[in-house]
Design a protein around this ligand. Sequence first.
Ligand code: HEM
Length: 214
Amino acid sequence: MIASPLAKKWVMGLTGLFLVSFLLVHLSGNFSLFKHDQGAAFNAYSHFMTSNPLIKVMEYGLVLGFLLHILQSLYLTIQNYSARPVRYAVPNSGESSSWNSRNMGLTGSFILVFLLVHFNSFVVKYRITKESENIYQIVVDAFQSGWGGWYWLFYVLSMVILGLHLNHGFQSAFQTFGINHKRYTPIIKGFGWIYSVAVPLGFATMPVYFRFFY
Ligand code: HEM
């Protein structure tokens, strides 16, 4: 692993931003769930995502991005617990004391659990055990009646935690990259805030819609 704490933070920031761009693509594709076409658009989108060779290559990048992000965070956490005060490679401007900033490891671990559940519910059923070719129906069934009718709530809670993680992640990445411009910094920070609220909220509308309004 990379030895310098600052380099580690760069890896966290860059892989984080890469994952952030994936989330935006995933969210926009998932919006086709709302089309009143019995899942035709969503199934076509999922089929494209699983069969297109270019997407396959990008998936390897995605897996690598997740692994690097997780491994670096583990390494950083272990270092933070060790005696040397190497926690902040770039001095933090006060936000470091917030609950959210101190618990990135906790929220990140929860997101990892969410991802494992998410994979087991959708990716495994669709691609590995091939329970059904109708991924739209798999999603609808999960949100409507999964876990005795509580699966939707796990998603909504996970999205709150994802929002917290993204919110501090953005601030932290901007700090690591040394973004410091009188005019652009507030705009970039504003973007981070809007993203960390809007994207999880967008995802959360899906379980709520299928559970209560479908
Ligand atoms: C309501 C919210 C969501 C729905 C309905 C949803 C739906 C799906 C479905 C149906 C798949 C399988 C598609 C396929 O195998 O091609 C999938 C894959 C995936 N999802 Fe989600 N997802 C949601 C939220 C999220 C979130 C919040 C994350 C990340 C934090 C995420 C990460 C992933 C990843 C990494 C994959 C695998 C992508 C790939 O292999 O190409 N999803 N999602």
